[in-house]
Design a protein. Structure first.
Length: 366
């Protein structure tokens, strides 16, 4: 059993800046929670407070219901995997993995059995006698994970463990860590700035900005129901397109950017939307929600007519770049599309897939 809870946790470095602000997170047994957000938003600091490597300025951290604010890191029964692996260069793979257990004076047989089991799980059996410098980046990362596994901790903490790997290896290790999570049934808190890692690995995402939590939820909840413009723009790749405009019209209510771009909105929502008339409203559209052909009867009346500036054919899909009211837009369309640069196209929209945000960036739900 492992249950971790952060209650109103804040961190102030050297009496000045508040870099983590009143954070509340619950990590359930076997859950894979990812802390994600731009660099400097306080993810590592939060993780390091859970590990006991940073003091908690305000609030409480509980592991299995026990407040651990004043418990030494070594007594918290957690294991942490760092970005730089932190392997001992003069020790073999076996010795690196065994080191923590030796320090804790485990019997030799128990150490052998745990290290061999971890090596089997991580496919490292043939490298046990090698030194780290004779291993690839991915293998070193697996040793670092192995060193955590042998401890059989209550909770695994990962701090950007894949950042030093090249793109292909990163994808491979991503699935390996996900498989490992299933195999070990482990409780994991994982920090990354990469929204794709967060979306693909996490069972729950905690999205942070400037030390504050913006939204917590399963990956597709954040994708489908972002609470604000920041979450909407951070989750999804390529990012959601945004453009400012106004709610206009009396009987036929619409979102209007300029004389060329006006989107008719669902008339049954007229009451919810009318209150935003006269205010700046931001429209958000995901690149994948444009289409070259009208998909249904309902959508054929809503389209943006524009001139494509750049076409990027990627094989499995094609990106079209265009500008609306000085904002760069991307549409992600079928690779069978024959659109060329300078072509004038109609890009159809599904009104149910549009997002609107008020002046403060809060989502307008209608
Ligand atoms: P992230 O992991 O999201 O990139 P961090 O938790 O590392 O962010 O850092 C959050 C903020 O705290 C940053 O502005 C960083 O400069 C600051 N910070 C981190 N460590 C210290 C420290 N030891 N002293 C003072 N400020 C720090």
């Amino acid at each position: 059993m492992a249950h971790v809870e952060l209650k109103n946790v804040s961190k102030v470095y050297s009496g000045k800046t508040r870099v983590v602000k009143n954070v509340n997170i619950e990590v359930n047994d076997h859950e894979f929670v990812v802390l994600v957000g731009p660099s400097g938003c306080g993810k590592s600091t939060t993780l390091r407070m859970v590990a006991g490597l940073e003091e908690v300025t305000e609030g409480e951290i509980l592991i299995d219901g026990v407040v651990v604010n004043n418990v030494e890191p070594k007594d918290r029964d957690i294991a942490m995997v760092f970005q730089n692996y932190a392997l001992y260069p003069h020790m073999t793979v076996f010795e690196n993995m065994a080191f923590g257990l030796k320090l804790r004076k485990y019997p030799k047989e128990e150490i052998n059995s745990r290290v061999n089991e971890a090596a089997r799980i991580l496919d490292l059996e043939q490298y046990l006698n090698r030194k780290p410098k004779a291993l690839s980046g991915g293998q070193r990362q697996r040793v670092a994970v192995g060193r955590a596994i042998v401890r059989k901790p209550k909770v695994f903490l990962f701090d950007e463990p894949l950042s030093n790997l090249d793109a292909k290896l990163r994808v491979q290790m991503r699935t390996e860590i996900s498989k490992l999570h299933n195999k070990l049934n482990a409780t994991i808190i994982y920090v990354t700035h990469d929204q794709i890692e967060a979306m693909t690995m996490g069972s729950k995402i905690v999205l942070m900005k400037d030390g504050e939590i913006q939204q917590i939820g399963p990956p597709l909840d954040l994708y489908n129901n972002p609470v604000n413009k920041f979450v909407a723009g951070f989750i999804g790749s390529p990012s959601m397109n945004f453009v400012d405009g106004n709610i206009t019209g009396k009987d036929n209510i619409a979102f209007t950017v300029n004389e060329n771009v006006s989107i008719i909105l669902p008339q049954e929502k007229i009451n919810e939307l009318k209150m935003y008339q006269g205010q700046k409203v931001t429209l958000g559209i995901r690149p994948e929600d444009f289409s070259i052909n009208a998909r249904t009867i309902d959508t054929d009346k809503n389209f943006i007519e524009t001139t494509v500036e750049v076409v990027e054919p990627l094989g499995n899909e094609t990106f079209l770049y265009f500008t609306i009211s000085n904002e760069q837009f991307i549409a992600r369309v079928d690779s069978a599309s024959t659109v060329k640069a300078d072509d004038k196209v109609r890009l159809y929209l599904d009104v149910n897939k549009l997002y609107f945000f008020d002046e403060k960036g809060h989502r307008i739900v209608f």
